[in-house]
Design a protein around this ligand. Structure first.
Ligand code: ASP
Length: 442
């Protein structure tokens, strides 16, 4: 053990900061599995790491709202006139839609052919003794399409702000930003104010990222030590199916889209956003990761500020391929487990509802599990006790899968930003390719 630590430390020192985060994640997994959390006698170490992890999440999460609002406002204003804005809006929605449809279809194919519900080991029973993560308040309130639709329009934008309810906040900001773009010079002082908010918030991001290594370590340790290792064995077929789908998206779908539509080598992009990828994995929150994502995609990915500051904040809670894939496979898994026939109509309904449910999910941990009830209610057929039992199985492994799907959610937004930047002639390809001269982001 000591030798392993020494090797890791030696490997980590002197290398780029994203390696430090990577090692922190690795150590978090190993030590978390080594020291499982026992709810009856929690140790000081478990408490301490939980607090450290939460402190880090809070530090970055507190920056999400000022960043989203300021960058969206600046982004819209820099687009200039209404025609440009409309064009960009349509393009963004089209690219988001394209990746969503592909991801849901890939997931449905995997769910169907891998058939995880039929493959779970013999003697399968309800997970006992696990401690599910409690979803945060922002994650819980959308459980039907009706709620989802109504929730798009804020009754009181300040209330939505205080509740960190990002979708209505983004919609209000989009409208407000569009209005300021139309009134022209009168809005200049207002926009200048938000330019200062943006610059100052990004500076705080740089400071907060100093704590990325201990923060991500503590979060990973807590996630693994709470889940225990046994449940992974039982849920292996399901987890394997989800991971396979996510990998196909990252290693086949995005590389193809990037190459065919923008002639971009995916490895360059993934290297440019490596810190964002690792922070997404550690925090399981794409909105908490947003500050790092913005920094990576602009300072290294070569995407212009105009595009990044528009596409990323909008994508962070609306465009979630990882969540869509997870939800499709999770619902298919439950259907297979409880013998609900997966006809083509049912599968298509799951695909459509999963796209809607993932648009409604906030970029916070566990949000995808909550909005999944939109799909379960939508397709029907489950008995209430099956829903309860099925969901508790999923909860037992959710955090780990959440870390993985959040990573895909973040990559997904970066891919769309790159595609749009390329199509607008605003992708600095030299910068994207010049890996060795990139500045450190964290
Ligand atoms: N945790 C995910 C995110 O922040 C949402 C989800 O639960 O799927 O992107």
């Amino acid at each position: 053990m000591r030798n392993l630590l020494m090797v890791l430390v030696a490997l980590g020192l002197g290398t780029k900061r994203h390696w430090h985060i990577f090692i922190a994640i690795f150590l978090g997994v190993v030590l978390g599995a080594w020291f499982p959390y026992n709810p009856e006698s929690p140790t000081f170490m478990h408490h301490a790491f939980e607090v450290v992890g939460q402190m880090f999440i809070r530090l970055i999460a507190m920056l999400a709202i000022p960043l989203i609002i300021s960058s969206l406002l600046i982004g819209i204003n820099s687009l200039g006139d209404g025609r440009q804005l409309g064009k960009m809006g349509v393009k963004t929605v089209m690219y988001f839609g394209l990746t969503m449809i592909i991801s849901a279809t890939v997931a449905a194919l995997i769910g169907f052919y891998v058939d995880p519900g039929a493959r779970i080991p013999e003697g399968f029973d309800l997970a006992s003794g696990f401690v599910p993560f409690k979803p945060t308040a922002e994650a819980v309130h959308i459980t039907s399409i009706r709620d989802l639709l109504l929730n798009l329009i804020p009754q009181n934008p300040f209330e939505s702000l205080a509740r960190r309810d990002l979708v209505p906040v983004i919609i209000f900001t989009l409208m407000f930003g569009t209005a300021t773009a139309f009134i022209g010079d009168t809005a200049r002082p207002f926009v200048a104010f938000f330019e200062a908010v943006f610059a100052a918030t990004m500076r705080i991001v740089d400071w907060v990222m100093i704590f990325a290594v201990p923060g991500v370590f503590a979060l990973t340790f807590t996630a693994i030590s709470h889940s225990g290792v046994g449940i992974f064995y039982k849920m292996m077929p399901f987890m394997g199916a989800v991971l396979l789908a996510l990998l196909i998206q990252i290693l086949i779908v995005y590389p193809l889209l990037l190459y065919v539509l923008a002639r971009v080598n995916f490895m360059n992009l993934y290297r440019a956003i490596s810190e964002a990828i690792l922070v997404a994995f550690g925090t399981a929150s794409s909105s908490a990761t947003l500050p790092v994502t913005l920094a990576c995609i602009e300072r290294r990915g070569g995407v212009s500020n105009r595009i990044a500051s528009f596409v990323l904040p909008a994508g962070v809670s609306m465009n979630m391929n990882g969540t869509t894939m997870f939800e499709v496979i999770a619902v298919m898994f439950l259907a297979q487990l409880y013998g609900i026939p997966l006809t083509l109509t049912v599968i298509i309904s799951i695909v459509i509802l999963a796209i809607i449910a993932s648009i409604g999910a906030a970029g916070v941990p566990a949000a995808g599990m909550i909005t999944m009830s939109i799909i379960l209610n939508g397709i029907g057929g489950f008995r209430p006790e099956q829903v309860l039992e099925g969901l508790s199985l999923l909860w037992a492994v959710d955090r780990i899968l959440d870390m993985c799907r959040t990573t895909v959610n973040v990559i997904d937004d970066c891919v769309v930003a790159t595609l749009i930047a390329s199509s607008e002639g605003e992708l600095n390809r030299e910068l994207l390719k010049s890996g060795d001269s990139w500045e450190d982001v964290v």
